[in-house]
Design a protein. Structure first.
Length: 186
């Protein structure tokens, strides 16, 4: 039985280096790990408690919750926008945090990785994502990190899947994330 990991990409841009990093992770997932990238984060309305009513939750938000609920773990790919987490990723976390105490992310292992233009690789945004998803109820793997700096230069002509160092690091992240599923399920 495979460990099912749901990947959420915090950039909606088609040519996003974080999208490429996520695609590389799908390609490099070790045996026994199935990583599925969630499509449609841009369609999820901003979280609003007035529309989060049982029986009438917006379809896009309900699909996101169902995908997260059926996953064993989550892997977030976060770029850094103005020194913090992208709104689309924060919005997804907000939807997954509800209902309070029983959200779709509650108790699931979560890791946060990413790449950014700056020399720190998006560390601030990734730290913010870890904080938000932890408060939302996820079991954040604080020691599983991957922040790749200078995305524009590093991936200008090389896809992350073809970068041997990045490929090894992504495989390690997925291996450690899947290993966290068994204790979390017990």
């Amino acid at each position: 039985m495979s460990v099912r990991v749901l990947g959420l990409v915090g950039s909606l841009r088609a040519g996003s280096h974080n999208r490429q990093l996520a695609e590389a992770a799908v390609k490099l997932a070790p045996e026994g790990v199935e990583l599925a990238l969630y499509e449609g984060l841009g369609e999820v309305p901003f979280y609003n408690e007035d529309i989060d009513v049982e029986g009438s939750v917006p379809e896009a938000a309900a699909r996101l919750r169902e995908a997260a609920a059926s996953a064993d773990a989550l892997l977030l790919f976060s770029p850094e926008y103005n020194g913090t987490i992208p709104a689309v990723l924060k919005n997804a976390i907000d939807w997954l945090s509800r209902p309070y105490g029983a959200g779709a992310v509650s108790g699931k292992p979560v890791a946060v990785v990413g790449t950014a233009f700056g020399r720190y690789g998006g560390v601030w945004a990734q730290d913010e994502a870890r904080k938000a998803v932890g408060i939302a109820g996820g079991t954040v793997l604080e020691d599983v990190k991957l922040s790749i700096p200078d995305s524009v230069g590093r991936f200008a002509e090389l896809h992350p899947a073809d970068d041997a160092e990045v490929a090894g690091q992504l495989t390690e992240v997925l291996t450690r994330l899947s290993a966290a599923v068994a204790p979390a399920a017990a």
